[in-house]
Design a binder for this molecule. Sequence first.
Ligand code: R1P
Ligand code: GUN
Length: 323
Amino acid sequence: MAPVNADIVNGSKVTSPVKKTLPEVEDNGKRYSYEMLVETANFLLSKTDVRPVIGVICGSGMGSYWNEGSLAENISQPECIAYEDIPNFPISTVEGHHGKLVFGYISDVPVVAMQGRFHYYEGYPLWKCCLPVRVMKLLGVKALIATNAAGGLNPNYKIGDLMIVRDHINMMGFAGNNPLHGPNDERFGPRFPPMNKAYNYEFRKVAKEVAKELNIDNMVREGVYTCLGGPNFETVAELNMLKMLGVDAVGMSTVHEVITARHCDMSVFALSLITNECVTSYDHDAEANHEEVLDVGRMRQDILRDYVSKLVNRFVKYLPQNP
Ligand SMILES: O=P(O)(O)O[C@H]1O[C@H](CO)[C@@H](O)[C@H]1O
Ligand SMILES: Nc1nc2[nH]cnc2c(=O)[nH]1
């Protein structure tokens, strides 16, 4: 049989798009050792005097994609380090996604923020997507605030709502894909970490109080998030299945970051911005798209910035103390 000519589709010649050099994302089964991550953390500590106690992962809506007005751009005394300049760090491949760590202060609290996260659909294994969380731990971070954009599956949710994550369903983990898969280094955490208290109770309680103080409690919900591998959005049947399982919001991130953070004993808070409605009926015309996700992120960035800034200020009281 003649070999398939990749440039011929249905008998007509296709023009090849301009070749781009794609980033090297495969791990070839290799993992970074504890020592390598210590090297990464020491490099970062040598570049800044900020000693962060809270780490923030900026999802769509908090400055992953753009600058002005977002939380990431409102960090005071910012010191930015591009991912490509950090030893052992992956690089962001999502179009328009910033790739930098921002050290500085939110409400006078020393923080480090990831402006641009890593997703499985980019080609990174889950452990590599979560490598920055372990680096944060080595930097001295005690609590992680992970934010994301998500589709609203709960019929009571509206576009633009914020969902405090009460719990997650690790769908990718059901299929054996877990950031902790492989040899366990006890210096990070135990082989079999519990996950029933993944999302810190005090943080969630405070977040509901702060929502009232800011008069945004009518748009703040609490629910269950799940992460699928992406990059495609879900089919109607998939969404109906997830609904039956008790999922309120669907995304492509956060769950593995939270598992990694809990494994190394960081306290966790997560917040989803509902950017689109999950379509659960064949009669519905709408289609999920990334532009809508970004637009809603932009629309809500001021509220997210003010909310998360106040949360950082209030969470400090609940951080675990050094032994
Ligand atoms: O989870 P974040 O990074 O906020 O973004 C969400 O939105 C993107 C899809 O529009 C996906 O990357 C999904 O994970
Ligand atoms: N998987 C998934 N990720 C999203 N990110 C933003 N919206 C969605 C969605 O509807 N589904």
